[in-house]
Design a protein around this ligand. Structure first.
Ligand SMILES: Cc1ncc(COP(=O)(O)O)c(C=O)c1O
Length: 363
């Protein structure tokens, strides 16, 4: 019987470890979501997010997980007679293509093998050969532990295809990896807060460009809950269209304050250091699943070269240390395992975890 009063220490790639002071934010008395106090909380949080994400454009707070914004980007910004190119390099990018198709849009997939990156040359070749309204890219593929070269892709897009909208899933990237939204020329990006923001699940942050917002005005069938026009109308009053997850926004305000005090360059550097520590261990004891040059700074997907029983190893560490790390995702379940190094996880936490894994694999 699981004792939920003694929750395990989490090293799965989301939800991740949450600090006590963040949990305390979730326990604060609530506010009226149409009152002045909420508007101040919302306005300050959005202003901080604009600094964190390097944008002067539209930041929306969505009481949903990030998957909602997969659907929102498509339903708001791609018309039914247009074609969206979905780049696919792992479980989550594959899923976004499925979501786009389920929104009755014309989808073309650009697939690479899991563990490989989607490069600007591949996208260029595809876009040169057809007419596309938008491209979807996953910044950091959480299944394979791979970071796509989104800065190079964005330069190419701005240079050669300035009219094609760029949608970027930054779910396991945002805050942990550089993200200069306006300079990159992106149109929609988003993340849920249970990743590098280090908050329990229940809220998503979305950034929408002015031109994407303008386009959405003419796209029919945007639906109700994720209509960007409604988000924008309410954002003008520092509100959300429907009742928001106020405790999470309090926690997000707290985390944004901390991130800005640390400085984003330092935050990214901290993630790089944790990643290098885990990668060095993984290369010594196992291997990386993806090509090393694309290995993510927010999680490592370790290739199970020793043929350990991943499920049993995770269970043993949970039993002895009340700590869990991630198994492989989907078809990679036993071929890989995943260790998160994002948010408020520390090098000290990782040292402990890797020591425990070492103890298990020595036996
Ligand atoms: C890259 C990526 N995209 C999308 C999702 C879905 O996010 P959510 O579960 O918050 O809807 C995840 C979840 O892990 C993810 O890692």
């Amino acid at each position: 019987m699981v004792d939920w009063k003694k929750p395990p220490r989490l090293f799965i790639p989301g939800p991740v470890k949450v600090d006590e002071e963040v949990l305390q934010q979730l326990a604060r008395p609530t506010l009226s979501h149409r009152g002045a106090e909420y508007a101040q909380l919302h306005g300050e949080t959005v202003d901080m997010l604009k600094k964190i994400l390097f944008t002067d454009q539209n930041v929306f707070l969505s009481t949903s997980s990030a998957s909602g914004i997969w659907e929102a980007a498509i339903r708001n910004c791609v018309d039914t007679d247009e074609v969206v190119l979905c780049t696919c390099c792992g479980a989550f990018s594959d899923k976004w293509a499925e979501v786009a198709a389920s929104c009755a849009r014309n989808v073309e997939a650009l697939k690479v093998d899991w563990g490989s990156a989607t490069t600007s040359e591949m996208i260029d070749e595809k876009l040169a050969a057809g007419k596309y309204a938008a491209v979807t890219i996953v910044y950091n593929e959480t299944s394979t532990g791979l970071t796509n070269p989104v800065y190079q892709i964005s330069e190419m897009m701005k240079d050669k295809y300035p009219d094609v909208l760029v949608f970027v899933d930054a779910v396991s990237a945002m805050v942990g990896l550089p993200l200069h939204f306006d300079d990159l020329g992106w149109d929609v990006t988003f993340a849920s807060v249970q990743k590098a923001f280090a908050i329990p699940p229940g809220l998503a942050v979305a950034v929408v460009s002015d031109r994407a917002l303008e386009k959405s005005k003419s796209v029919p069938g945007r639906g109700y809950y994720f209509d960007f026009q409604q988000f924008a109308k309410n954002a003008a009053k520092s509100q959300t269209p429907t009742t928001p997850n106020i405790p999470h926004i309090m926690a997000l305000h707290h985390q944004c304050t901390k991130l800005l005090a640390e400085g984003m360059e330092n935050v990214w550097q901290r993630h790089r250091e944790m990643a290098e520590y885990v990668r060095t261990w993984a290369l010594e004891k196992f291997d990386l699943f993806c090509e090393q040059k694309y290995a993510s700074d927010t999680l490592t997907t370790v290739k199970n070269t020793r043929g350990i029983n991943v499920a049993e190893t995770i269970a043993a560490i949970q039993a002895k240390h009340n700590t869990i790390f991630g198994n492989g995702y989907g078809k990679l379940k036993e071929q890989t395992f995943r260790i998160a190094h994002m948010g408020d996880i520390t090098l000290g936490d990782l040292e402990q975890l890797l020591g425990w894994i070492d103890d298990e694999i020595r036996q």
